[in-house]
Design a protein around this ligand. Structure first.
Ligand code: AMP
Ligand code: MN
Ligand code: MN
Ligand code: MN
Length: 278
């Protein structure tokens, strides 16, 4: 079988549009040989996804994407090969989800003040997992109500700094998130590093802090990166001795430009995050 690792995607357990089983079937049909499900701050889709992967005969990795605040910037840390039963991880993610529930009330209050009432209830109708509410669910509500053309445009006009429905938020610390992942036997990987508003010096400072917290890898080939960024972060991974990961960050056929398993391979000079997986 040709190796095709896709180590970042979302199901209805967080803000994806497909249920875990449907997502895994789609990945298998598109040639993915090993999939990691990495829902935001939540592990509830993993069992169904793992069972389906066994059924359709592809590899499966238990994953998660944890929201972190580092030096005032929101950063996402993917955990790969985590143990979904690990108490430290489970309790940590519980606190993050609780904070999402509180943030959602602030988002809704902001939208009400901007003349858009009912968004809290509205967002929850788009959240199949009531324990995990996020901006994407608000975005889908705003599109459904005809306020905005599509989800992408929502993130230009609402829910971001300076716009209606923005709620500043303190996520987990870098040390907490990496600590929960490693405590559960997982490997911590920086998600889509090219998306953060950090200059070169700040990115290096961040990656140094990530490494000293126990982090091991960075996404190099991701749906969020340009080809130039594959090279940029490939070089950085090599220089800093970080493993390289590959993941689509697929959220659903309607919302993601990048399909499951359809990204180019990792540059050949890198050590893949899966290099020592059996
Ligand atoms: P949250 O973690 O609740 O703040 O929501 C973050 C999620 O919003 C991301 O994982 C994406 O799914 C979505 N998102 C953020 N920015 C954009 C964007 N510019 N276009 C589409 N979706 C976005
Ligand atoms: Mn998302
Ligand atoms: Mn992310
Ligand atoms: Mn993601």
């Amino acid at each position: 079988m040709i190796e095709n690792f896709d180590l970042h995607c979302h199901s209805t357990a967080s803000d994806g549009l497909l249920g875990p089983a449907e997502l895994v079937r789609r990945a298998a049909a598109r040639g993915v040989s090993t999939l990691a499900l990495t829902d935001h701050d939540d592990l509830s889709g993993l069992e169904e996804a793992r069972d389906t992967a066994r059924e359709v005969g592809i590899g499966f990795v238990d994953g998660v994407e944890i929201s972190v605040t580092w030096s005032g910037t929101t950063i996402h840390i993917v955990g790969l090969g985590i143990d979904p039963e690990n108490e430290t991880l489970v309790r940590g993610l519980d606190t993050v989800r609780d904070s999402r529930t509180v943030r959602a009330e602030h988002i809704a209050a902001g939208l009400t003040a901007a003349g858009i009432p009912g968004s809290l209830e509205g967002a929850y109708t788009f959240a199949e997992n009531p324990r995990l509410i996020g901006r994407t669910h608000f975005a889908r509500f705003l599109v459904a109500r005809g306020h905005v053309r599509d989800v992408r445009t929502v993130f230009q006009r609402f829910l971001v700094s300076g716009k209606p429905g923005y709620a500043p938020h303190q996520w987990a610390s870098l040390g907490e998130a990496v600590g929960w992942i490693t405590a559960s036997g997982g490997r911590a990987v920086v998600a889509h590093p090219g998306r953060y508003k950090l200059d070169r010096a700040e990115m290096r400072r961040f990656l140094a802090a990530f490494k000293s917290a126990g982090g091991e890898g960075v996404e190099v080939v991701t749906g969020s990166h340009t080809r130039a960024q594959y090279s940029e972060f490939g070089a950085l991974a090599r220089e800093l001795g970080l493993l390289a990961s590959r993941g689509s960050d697929f959220h659903g056929p309607q919302e993601s430009a990048i399909e499951l398993g359809s990204l180019p391979p990792l540059p050949a000079h890198l050590t893949p995050v899966w290099h020592d997986w059996s």
